[in-house]
Design a protein around this ligand. Structure first.
Ligand code: NAP
Length: 275
């Protein structure tokens, strides 16, 4: 039996790069996969490549939009979970970079960078966690006199792992003046991931932060890096990582037994010294 034969996955940012590759690896391992991005034609081509609608489904749209997020999770539940089982493997991947510092980056793009990398990630993390573990009550006013009983995981948690894998970045941990707004968004994502991990751990849901260094993809163009100078930098530290390198890591993480959690992984090209 394939290692992910029982799993229902959602991958955002799956029309290119890391997300597209992760979707391929998950599907090859037997998972049913809902793929999201804004470029619809690419998603449909990917669904065809993954064996058609029996194995994959496309939800096109902005991954920071609440309606799109709920649609992805609904499609996972109703198309692949028989209307009862929710997605149990969500990859929070959609994102984009932005070249430059606070001083010289294009400030007209700041909101978009924060919206998709930070707010979109937070919205999907919350929605996916609620579906996997149930809503956490919002405490308003004074804390209760008696602390609530500790949460318990679902009865089947050891036989059915639940994973939320979040793409952070080395730039979110090591301050870089060359991608300040993007790095700030990813630093925020790191905080969100660890704070959600602490809430979800007793509930049996694994929240994993994956922090890659430089991966060759469409990312560099979308971020506005100068092709010639960034290309020279990548040549100087070659080989840089590939989306397939990241996908192998994701596979390693999500195929561990449910009682074991690889929480936080940083991965760089061997010759990348910084960031
Ligand atoms: N490449 C690197 O060096 C590197 C390093 C560390 C971390 N990361 C992170 O890894 C993730 C994937 O990056 P990548 O390298 O694969 O970049 P990529 O090749 O540019 O792919 C980005 C993907 O995100 C999608 N996307 C962007 N904005 C979106 C939105 N608002 N709604 C839905 N989808 C959106 C894009 O599709 P559409 O344009 O079709 O929407 C595309 O599928 C990002 O979170 C990135 O920050 C990348």
């Amino acid at each position: 039996m394939k290692p992910l034969a029982d799993r229902i996955a959602v991958v955002t940012g799956a029309s290119a790069g890391i997300g597209e590759s992760i979707a391929r690896f998950l599907a090859a391992a037997g998972a049913k996969v809902v793929v999201n991005a804004r470029r619809e034609e690419r998603l449909h081509a990917l669904v065809r490549e993954l064996g058609g609608t029996a194995n994959a489904a496309a939800v096109a749209g902005d991954a920071a939009d609440q309606t799109v997020i709920q649609t992805m999770l609904d499609v996972a539940k109703h198309t692949f979970g028989g209307g009862g089982r929710e997605a149990d493997l969500v990859v929070v991947n959609a994102g984009r970079g932005l070249r430059g510092s606070v001083y010289d980056s294009d400030s007209a793009q700041w909101e978009d960078v924060i919206r998709i990398n930070l707010l979109g990630a937070a919205r999907l993390m919350r929605a996916a966690a609620e579906r996997m573990a149930g809503p956490v009550p919002i405490v308003r006013g004074a804390p209760p006199a008696q602390p609530p009983p500790p949460p318990t995981p679902p009865a089947d948690w050891l036989s059915r792992p639940r994973d939320i894998v979040i793409l952070g970045s080395t730039v979110g941990r090591h301050i870089s003046p060359f991608s300040s707004m993007y790095g700030s968004a990813k630093a925020g994502v790191h905080m969100l991931a660890e704070s959600l991990r602490r809430l979800m751990a007793p509930r049996g849901v694994r929240i994993t932060l994956l922090e890659p260094g430089i991966v060759k993809s469409e990312f560099q163009d979308a971020a506005g890096y100068d092709r010639e100078s960034f290309g020279k930098f990548m040549d100087a530290i070659s080989p840089v990582l590939t989306p397939e390198d990241i996908s192998r890591l994701v596979m390693f993480i999500v195929t561990q037994p449910a009682g074991m959690h690889i929480c936080d992984v940083m991965v760089r090209p061997t010759r990348q010294e910084y960031p």
